[in-house]
Design a binder for this molecule. Structure first.
Ligand code: NAP
Length: 289
């Protein structure tokens, strides 16, 4: 198959490495010529260009640019595509992208490979990034079944676990496990910074160890990522923050009331529930709706 990838960073580059290993011909498009050269040098693409029209004869295109560029790039790309080309994206938020792209191209289907790392760029692209990780496909009632089938097959070929759900279900679920943690973890750092006594703040910094490292990691990451989550998944992020505030208020009240038994019950529930959220391998392919 002839596969086009627009955006040759961590995700686009990693897809290219795997697709080439699987025997596909990969045509890449990047913004900068230096990225094109790096993608060819590391084996992520067969051919690379800064021109979208170079993808006029590919069978499928993966849009792998930052979220805020996806809709504009799709609009520029579409006039160059042949009618049978399947278009998909890898953006971490689905509702806004699916709403924008579905009316533009009948063979569009949204997707989100849920794999990544904190570093970005072609230099950190790696083979097998998506193996044994969730690949969420978010068709609507109007989505072409052939496009869904093609993306499902390609995701399976990466050894990813394919989940199918609506864009809205995707955005609500990732708000809980990805976007809310960034806001909560960031707020933890903010709260610590607001300790009024400088000497205590300094002691806290000196005492901080693995617990603080774990709980502050996602909140202390790249600012652009958190802004993207808040901006493009605003309603679900706000909804999850409200749920979090209720949970926080509940535990605050229990502590004020010195209801140690009730606190133990809450913590026991958490202890039992956590493994369900952090299985290293997702459950086998599931259609959530
Ligand atoms: P990245 O490593 O920064 O790569 C983005 C790439 O897009 C860069 O190569 C950049 O080119 C290119 N680009 C930017 N504007 C462009 C344009 N106008 N035309 C062509 N190429 C352009 O980012 P990433 O982590 O791969 O993320 C890409 C997408 O994957 C995002 O939509 C994100 O939501 C999604 N995603 C990310 C992760 C993750 O953990 N990182 C996980 C799942 C999904 P230059 O190199 O020339 O600047």
């Amino acid at each position: 198959m002839k596969i086009g990838i627009v955006g040759l960073g961590l995700i686009g580059g990693s897809l290219g490495l795997d697709f080439r290993t699987l025997g596909h011909e990969v045509w890449g498009v990047a913004r900068r010529a230096t990225t094109c050269e790096a993608a060819i040098a590391c084996g992520a693409v067969d051919v690379a260009s800064t021109e979208l029209q170079s993808l006029r004869s590919v069978d499928v295109v993966f849009l792998c640019t930052p979220i805020h560029m996806i809709a504009a790039i799709a609009a520029d790309l579409i006039p160059h595509l042949t009618p049978t080309t399947v278009l998909t994206d890898v953006g971490s938020v689905k509702g806004a992208i699916v709403d924008a792209l579905s009316p533009l191209w009948p063979n569009f289907v949204g997707g989100h490979p849920m794999a990544g790392k904190s570093a970005v760029g072609i230099a950190v692209a790696e083979p097998q990034l998506f193996a044994h990780r969730a690949y969420v496909i978010t068709p609507t009632d109007q989505t072409s079944p052939a496009a869904v089938a093609l993306l499902t097959d390609l995701a399976h070929s990466l050894h990813a676990h394919v989940f199918t759900c609506s864009p809205a279900e995707h955005d609500r679920a990732v708000a809980w496990i990805s976007h809310l943690p960034v806001m909560v973890s960031g707020s933890l750092i903010q709260a610590c910074l607001r300790e009024p006594e400088a000497a205590v703040r300094q002691l806290a910094q000196q005492f901080a160890s693995s617990g603080f490292r774990d709980t502050s990691r996602v909140g202390g990451g790249h600012p652009e990522l958190g802004v993207m989550m808040a901006r493009y998944n605003r309603d679900e992020v706000l909804r999850s923050l409200q749920g979090y505030q209720q949970a926080l208020q509940h535990i605050t009240t229990l502590i004020e009331q010195e209801d140690w038994a009730a606190i133990a019950e809450v913590l026991a529930t958490n202890h039992a529930a956590r493994p369900e959220f952090i299985r290293s391998t997702p459950a086998p392919d599931i259609a959530a709706s």
